[in-house]
Design a protein around this ligand. Structure first.
Ligand SMILES: Cc1cc2nc3c(=O)[nH]c(=O)nc-3n(C[C@H](O)[C@H](O)[C@H](O)COP(=O)(O)O)c2cc1C
Length: 608
């Protein structure tokens, strides 16, 4: 691991478009996602739902986290079939030092991440770029046969934290205003639409990027401020608001009982002190009803989201902090139990089958291909995903999820989510359950417990007894797919003189050294440090330590720095150059991006 937290350096819009064009021409991929993993809706089955009154063509998308931070991440999610994007949480403190590694998805899920790694203005630029890219891709002829001529509507949902002072600050307020009307941001980016993209330069892009917001009540968010923050967001910004709740709402005894005793995670130490500091169940029940009434009285919508991660002691010590945040399979059981408990405690108030109120329930907790249909049947809208997308396959795991859901609906003789859900609710009632949520909880805490129990989640990623080297490896492609930022790319090896079928290289500016590739790499070593680290920015190359190769605008290696452990510098540079000069080559069109950047205003061109 490098000694300092590396800054995440977004690619400019021009660079992203150049990468799309170049990858399509040379690899038939976009940001390393092959067309086989693009989602095209089945015209016979409507997976659409209303997100606080806005139409979304599918009920899945990335949860606030590493998959909804950079523009390319949002594009990758969309290509995979996401239509609801809970954007990475924005907060006033935007220069946090995050310890590394910060993501551990070896078995279930743990992280020590702490909201966005970009500055607040950079986040606005990223979300604007993402929105423009999606509009462009919807009309980009080459991919239409793979995503369909009508990929359906999507929604960007903002996320902010963590206290009233920060959220009402000018910094965060101007971010929210910018998301509500991104006209100026879009105009600043227009000059980057050059070359074959120039026909979009005068396009009437959607300027209202988002008018819904999920409040993250995590990282010390004072529970007594949830009410005032929600009212502030409704009154000051006229937003529809979702409050993201924490599993602590279930109480320590219940949570520890489920995690340690029922699910067998005896090594997980649930942090008891976090429960006293968080929102308490009785107050939570009152607050949900009060805030829904408050929103309705002002013509706005209100929802809840279940749940954020669970605070646990860091007993693994693979990541550096004292506390870590648990996600994945066991969280699914907690969040579904919370859904069932809340819908019983709030009769007729939640918008879930068997309750039929108007408070929408969004969800993120251990969603996988295997439980998506049951979760949607339980009434969650949408089911957002984080941990599962950090496993091998990455964004490519979205399409199988949607396929499984589509199959379930069509095999039960339905053509849309609404009638299918009503049918599932009738079946649950006939089986003696109060709701589909209650039925799902009975299953995952009963006969279906294996997928959530320690026994079903203790298998470690595959390992081979070999030191990872700069060139050559088992070529499993995991470093490409598990990276939420698509920082890795591969090039087929030249015939004779380099070991291995594929060579893997890193676009260093996109790597934040989260550690996820190291977890899944079967060989011994950190791919983000060992594979050739390419830089396009001279100042970043100069400012960082460790091996690296600086490229000029023509993609030529003009500088290199080798660690003592690596082979001869000149030889390594020559090999990198040979790979980049091959047919597939560097997936960036640096010269075109540089030209577009020169035309763009400084604000738009230097969002890195
Ligand atoms: C690496 C990582 C970063 C996350 N960052 C945020 C965040 O910025 N804001 C937030 O509200 N939740 C954040 N979360 C929580 C997720 O949005 C999600 O609620 C949680 O991980 C449960 O879903 P999962 O089991 O599918 O991972 C993060 C989770 C992970 C694993």
């Amino acid at each position: 691991m490098a000694d300092a937290t590396p800054p995440l350096t977004p690619l400019s819009l021009g660079m992203l478009l150049g990468r799309i064009e170049h990858e399509w021409a040379t690899r038939k991929k976009i940001f390393d996602l092959p067309t086989a993993r693009f989602w095209a809706p089945d015209p016979e089955i409507d997976l659409g739902f209303d997100f606080l009154g806005r139409r979304c063509a599918t009920p899945i998308g990335p949860a606030a986290g590493p998959h909804s931070q950079l523009a390319e991440n949002i594009v990758l999610s969309w290509l995979g079939g996401s239509r609801l994007f809970e954007l990475k949480t924005v907060q006033i403190i935007d220069d946090l030092e995050i310890a590394r590694p910060c993501i551990d998805m070896q078995t279930i899920g743990y992280n020590i991440e702490w909201s966005q790694e970009l500055t607040v203005p950079q986040s606005l630029t990223e979300y604007t770029k993402a929105s423009m890219l999606l509009e462009i891709l919807r009309e980009w002829e080459p991919i239409q046969e793979f995503v369909s001529a009508d990929p359906g509507p999507h929604v960007f949902d903002m996320s902010v934290g963590y206290d009233l002072a920060g959220i009402s600050s000018e910094k965060v307020s101007s971010f929210i205003r910018g998301m509500r009307n991104a006209g100026a941001e879009i105009d600043a980016l227009r000059p980057e639409l050059t070359g074959s993209w120039a026909r979009f330069a005068d396009r009437d892009f959607n300027t209202a990027l988002s008018d819904t917001l999920t409040l993250s009540t995590f990282h010390g968010c004072p529970p007594e401020e949830i009410e005032s923050i929600t009212k502030h967001l409704i009154d000051e910004h006229e937003l529809d608001v979702i409050v993201k709740l924490n599993p602590t709402l279930l109480g320590y005894e219940t949570v520890a009982g489920i995690v340690n005793d029922e699910l067998g995670y005896t090594d997980v130490s649930v942090k008891e002190s976090a429960f006293a500091e968080d929102l308490q169940f009785e107050r939570g029940i009152e607050l949900i009803g009060e805030l829904n009434d408050y929103a309705k009285a002002r013509g706005r919508r209100f929802g809840i989201k279940l749940t954020n991660t669970l605070v646990v002691d860091n007993q693994k010590q693979w990541m550096p902090d004292e506390t870590m945040y648990l996600s994945g399979a066991p969280l699914h059981v907690l969040a579904m139990t919370l859904l069932d408990t809340l819908s019983t405690a709030l009769p007729g108030q939640l918008d879930v089958p068997g309750s039929d109120g108007d408070i929408m329930v969004s969800f993120s907790a251990g969603i996988t291909k295997d439980n998506l249909a049951d979760s949607i049947a339980a009434g969650v809208n949408p089911a957002t995903v984080c941990s599962d997308l950090l496993k091998p396959g990455g964004y490519g795991r979205l399409k199988p999820m949607l396929k499984a859901l589509t199959t379930e609906i069509s095999e039960s003789g339905h053509t849309d989510l609404i009638t299918w859900k009503a049918d599932r609710q009738a079946q649950a009632a006939a089986a003696g359950f109060s709701s589909t949520a209650a039925q799902h909880v009975a299953d995952i805490r009963g006969e279906g417990i294996e997928a959530y129990h320690l026994r079903g989640n203790e298998k470690l990623p595959r390992a081979v007894d070999h030191e990872l080297e700069m060139f050559g490896c088992v070529a499993c492609n995991f470093c490409v797919t598990v990276c939420p930022n698509d920082a890795f790319f591969s090039i087929k090896s030249p015939q004779d003189h380099i070991e291995g079928r594929q060579q893997y290289l890193l676009l260093t500016e996109l790597c934040n050294e989260c550690g996820n590739c190291m977890t899944f790499c079967p060989e011994d070593g950190d791919p983000a440090q060992i594979k050739p680290r390419l830089y396009t920015e001279p100042s970043l190359f100069a400012g960082r330590t460790g091996q690296g190769f600086l490229l000029d605008d023509a993609g030529v290696v003009i500088g290199s720095r080798l660690d003592g452990a690596q082979a001869d510098g000149a030889e390594a540079s020559a090999l990198v150059q040979e790979l980049l000069s091959g047919e597939a080559g560097l997936p960036l069109a640096l010269a075109a991006a540089a030209a577009a950047g020169a035309e763009a205003t400084p604000e738009a061109g230097t969002d890195a």
